[in-house]
Design a protein around this ligand. Structure first.
Ligand code: SF4
Ligand code: SF4
Length: 179
């Protein structure tokens, strides 16, 4: 019996990220330079192989995509110019949409971080904390620590906002259109 490889995931990722994962020839330079590789399963080069195999569910459920710190070391090392960090980001978005995300807390933090930037146009501790609390439902965790940080001026009550928040929102809109 002839088995055909499911190319749907590879095509979907290429459409979203512009990356041609099929060009990966498994040299492993990405995994060799990744500072988080010690905690990852699968490793970055294995993620590329799984994309080529069309192992969508395995990838959308794996913790690697949430452990990736987006440092882009892998992307700069790849001899085939594959932006592996961009592929990881594409997989994270697909994982959130599918509801299969395994690392719930990291996934929520990721969502809160992006929501905060969308709202304020820049990163902002108070908006980030508010978003994370609202999404996680853990409203009263770390209350004591939050109060100390506030009293020491580490967290501002009024969020700082970017001058042109509209431009940032337009970037989000364009990106979401391409999803
Ligand atoms: S971007 Fe992610 S996968 Fe690539 S080297 Fe950094 S942590 Fe590792
Ligand atoms: S560095 Fe590039 S070609 Fe090498 S294994 Fe990683 S993704 Fe594939």
């Amino acid at each position: 019996m002839i088995h055909t490889v499911n190319r749907r995931l590879e095509a979907k990722l290429e459409e979203r990220t512009g990356q041609k994962v099929r060009h990966c020839y498994q040299c492993k330079k990405c995994s060799a330079g990744c500072p988080v590789a010690f905690a990852m399963d699968p490793l970055p080069h294995e993620v590329m192989k799984l994309v080529q195999y069309g192992a969508e569910e395995r990838l959308l459920k794996c913790s690697t995509i949430w452990l990736c710190a987006s440092c882009e070391t892998c992307s700069t090392r790849c001899p085939n110019d594959i932006d592996i960090a961009g592929v990881m980001d594409g997989l994270r978005r697909m994982s959130l949409e599918s509801g299969l995300a395994s690392e719930r807390e990291i996934a929520l933090f990721h969502k809160a971080f992006l929501n905060g930037i969308k709202l304020a146009g820049k990163t902002n501790e108070s908006v980030l904390i508010g978003q994370y609390k609202a999404l996680s439902g853990r409203l009263f965790d770390d209350l004591g620590l939050g109060a100390v940080m506030f009293l020491k001026g580490k967290v501002k009550m009024l969020p700082r906002v970017a001058k042109d928040r509209g431009a940032v929102r337009r970037i989000f809109k364009e990106t979401e259109k391409g999803s």
